[in-house]
Structure formats: C-alpha cells, structure tokens
Design a protein around this ligand. Sequence first.
Ligand SMILES: NC(=O)NCCC[C@H](N)C(=O)O
Length: 309
Amino acid sequence: MKRHLITLADLSDQELRYLVKRGVEFAQGHVQTNQPLLGNVIGIYFRKTSTRTRTAFSAAALRLGAQIISYGPNDLQENTGESIDDTTRVLSRMLDGLVARTAGSPQEMKTFASQDRMAVINAMSADEHPTQALTDLTTMHQHFGEIKGLRVLYLGEGNNSAAALALSLSRFPHTTLHLLTPAGYGLSPSVLEQAQFYTGASQAKVIETHDPSQLPDEVDVIYTTRWQTTGTSKQDPTWRDKFRPFSVTEALLNRYPSAIFMHDLPAHRGDEVSAAVLDGPASIAFDQAENKLHSAMATLEWCLGKGQR
Ligand SMILES: NC(=O)NCCC[C@H](N)C(=O)O
C-alpha cells in the first residue's frame, strides 16, 4: 500500500513515532536495507532551491535501490501552463513516488496527492515542511534517547519548519515548545490551534510569545531558522530591526549551559545565529543535516509501502 506524506496532521501518533524511530535506526546504521525499493522509479521535483532535502531524498532513493528522475523548476509542462491536475494524472501512471517541493499554495500538493498510484511526499510547501520535522525529531531522539519531556525554545519566523515542529512535537508526552516569534511573523493561527489540540492527549505545551526579554527558565534545545523563508518577502523595510532581538547569540546560549543548538539550515551567520553558536560545541546542526538522509530513507520506505508499522 502506498502512503502520502503531505502534512504531519495526516499521520497517526503511532505512524509518527514509527517514522522517527525508523530514522534513528537508519542513523545508527542498524538497518540491512537489501534494496527494498529495487524496481521503483521516484520523481524528485524541486521548483525551489534545495541542498539538503533534494540530496537527501535522491540519495535515499538510490541507496534503497530505486531509480530517480529529477525535475527542476523549468522542466515540466506545468511551466508552460499544463494544469497540476493533468500533470498529476500523467506522472502517477509512470512513477511509484514523487518527492515535491512547491513552496506554492497548499492546494498544489493536495492535487498531487489526489490519487493513490504514486506516493507523494511534501518536501516543503509554503505552509509546512513535514520531512524537516521528522529529521528534527529523529535528531532529538538520537541525542537525548527519547523525546518525552523535552523543552524546545524556537526563535524566529513561524515558518514552514516551525509549523511542522509544532504539529509533531506537541504529540509527544510532556514536551514543551516555546515559540518566540517577532510580532506579525508568528505561526499561522490554524497550525497553533491544531498543535494546541494535540496537547490535550499528550499533556505537552505549545506556547507562542513575542517578547524576547521573557525567556523560559529551562530549555533543552534552542532551535532557529533563517529569516528569509523560501518564497516569501517582507514588505516592512524595518523587518530586520524586528528580527535582530531574536538572534541566537552566545549570551542566549549561556543562559542554558546544558542546551543543544539546532538549525534547519542554510544558516546566515550574524543574522539568526552567531558563528560562535553555530560552529560551537553545543551545535548539532550538521548532525541534524545528515539525519535528513536517514529520515528520508525511513520516509521513502514507509510511503512506498515497504516499512513496518
Ligand atoms: N532544511 C531545509 O529544507 N532548508 C531549506 C528551507 C529552510 C526554511 N524552512 C525556508 O523555508 O526557507
């Protein structure tokens, strides 16, 4: 059976936990893959730039035995006006899976997933970056041994990575996600509402505030993301002044001596994070980047119907 991964909200708690644990197994080198995707053809369609996600899914597909067809932003007839619907009807008759980064309207991704012949994986849309959160939770699980009870402080724009983190961490027992976002650049209200709904069962906490002088007392993970989210532009010419107090500096890190630092990358040293933090001993940002590969292997295997439940 093929499965899509369009939003984390589509996964049951059991499926979410399985994908995280399976990612850890791949990361630890505990999987004898035996090329489970041999004979499968996966389309890798990136309409926006990508270093990590595109390479991770391409390498993961090849390592699992599949072959890939890679499309850039100008390659498909979608670019000359063919509808997303017709594109989907054609690709789904030829491909076993499609990994797509649209950064466009959420509807596009939903149209790709409106059939069940080709598994569709959202490699980032404007509203959510589900495979990033799977990587992030895989990294946290690998580092701490479990996700239960972790306290995460996220600083920066409430973008696609933040949405995915909120929709996943909130389902793990007794976790805390404190989002510190500049006013006007927060999480979408519907995502915040959905994440807070999950906390009813998990007894997690999801809090969003906008005053960087009001910091939580205890934090295990400090997480940030670049200020210029893909496919967006900020109208306010003073936006940088509003973001600067949310930068992750050594002074912030020093408040939490046992905390680790994470970043979905690419990084802009001097903006959202100082070089001393990103390249310092608390940073696991490049282990996190490597885990995109391991998590992509878990996701492809599962979406193509080869993973256990
Ligand atoms: N790890 C990634 O996928 N990085 C690229 C995207 C980063 C950020 N969420 C963005 O939308 O610009």
